[in-house]
Design a protein around this ligand. Structure first.
Ligand SMILES: NC(=O)c1ccc[n+]([C@@H]2O[C@H](COP(=O)([O-])OP(=O)(O)OC[C@H]3O[C@@H](n4cnc5c(N)ncnc54)[C@H](OP(=O)(O)O)[C@@H]3O)[C@@H](O)[C@H]2O)c1
Length: 325
């Protein structure tokens, strides 16, 4: 691959910073790196100081590849200048994910959705990525009849301000019995919030709707999905109690999951993983695989900022064929 000129929108945020780290870790060939934010800032990533440039003033013709790691509203404003340039755009925001003409890609599941004409690629919701890689592996051996899940999203899934709120509320809780919520509608410290995103008319939450529709789009299969998503006071690491109606026995499911480098599977009696263990690892950690009443169940933990976000975006970039300009 030729050396690539890269810009990252939202480079001061949790996902943007992780994209920089992962590009470096994986030795992605970079000829220039432009970190973009709303105002000029200095940001230290893995001990190195970077200066940011203002995204609205940036000339996207200067780069081959743009990563979007900011909110959907900020991406909407920058879409015109990005589209007018020759740069390929990999977006982490939800803005274009369900556009039928834009590929929503998990490299282990549907890399064929990218071709030489592709200019915009979306990286999916952090939970849709994990669920689709697991189900995609299982469906090589069995038909997925339906899926149920109870999903625990860590606070870093909602960005820097949410993470700061968890830390501040936790400190305040230890000093006082009354605390004010600092980011979410209700306090997150020592609590669980049973709705992520707005409530929709059919009783689902926005996040439950997004996970369902994105998983269906990635897998190109509309099997029934029943999920509940809650926000838990964990800093990094989402966890899922995943239940899949299928005819796979435990031994076959474990063998199938172990055959992929993406998973670390604990199948010894009494061994399990926690979300905290998943922080800063690329693997999806799977434990407590069991079967009852026609349903295969497992406990899944993974780093939402890595495979759930930045790593998936960098893996998409690794699929692209950059030509020398
Ligand atoms: N966190 C996760 O686990 C996760 C997983 C999957 C997808 N995502 C998606 O990834 C995106 C980033 O999430 P995050 O968790 O990193 O949020 P974050 O920590 O809040 O970071 C977002 C960053 O975007 C920057 N920003 C806002 N407007 C901008 C603009 N006009 N130009 C350039 N930068 C701008 C902000 O930086 P300044 O204030 O310094 O400009 C902020 O640091 C979101 O769309 C989110 O939905 C996140």
């Amino acid at each position: 691959m030729v050396n690539v000129k890269i810009a990252i929108i939202g480079a001061t945020g949790l996902v943007g910073r992780k994209i920089v780290s992962i590009l470096n870790e994986r030795k992605f060939p970079i000829s220039s790196l432009h970190l973009l934010s709303r105002s000029k800032k200095e940001v230290t990533i893995d001990g190195k100081l970077y200066k940011t440039e203002i995204s609205e003033d940036f000339d996207f013709n200067k780069v081959d590849l743009v990563f979007g790691a900011s909110s959907k509203d900020s991406v909407r404003k920058l879409l015109g200048p990005i589209s007018d340039s020759d740069a390929i755009f990999i977006d982490k925001s939800e803005l274009l994910r369900m556009d039928k003409d834009i590929p929503l890609v998990v490299p282990e599941v549907n890399p064929h959705k990218i071709n030489s004409e592709t200019k915009v690629i979306c990286s999916p919701n952090c939970v849709a990525i994990a669920i689709s890689v697991i189900l995609n592996n299982l469906r090589k051996k069995t038909k997925i009849e339906r899926m149920f899940a109870s999903i625990n999203e860590s606070v870093s899934g909602a960005g820097t301000k949410a993470l700061n709120a968890l830390l501040n509320e936790t400190k305040e809780s230890l000093m006082s019995s009354v605390i004010q919520p600092q980011f979410f509608e209700k306090e997150i410290a020592f609590n669980i919030l049973p709705q992520v995103g707005e409530a929709l008319d059919d009783g689902k939450s926005e996040e439950e709707f997004k996970i369902t529709s994105e998983t269906h789009k990635i897998m190109e299969s509309k099997f029934p999905v029943n999920i509940t998503v809650v926000r838990v006071p964990v800093m990094v690491g989402h966890s899922i109690a995943l239940h899949v109606m299928c005819d796979l026995e435990v031994e076959d499911a474990v063998k199938c999951l172990k055959s992929s480098d993406l998973f670390s599977v604990a199948d010894e009696k009494g061994k399990y993983f926690t979300p905290r263990q998943s922080a800063n690892t690329d693997k999806i950690l799977i434990s407590r695989v069991r079967r009852a009443n026609g349903i295969l169940s497992m406990w899944v933990c993974y780093d939402n900022l890595r495979k759930g976000a930045a790593l998936n975006a960098v893996q998409i970039a690794e699929l692209l064929d950059f030509k020398k300009k």
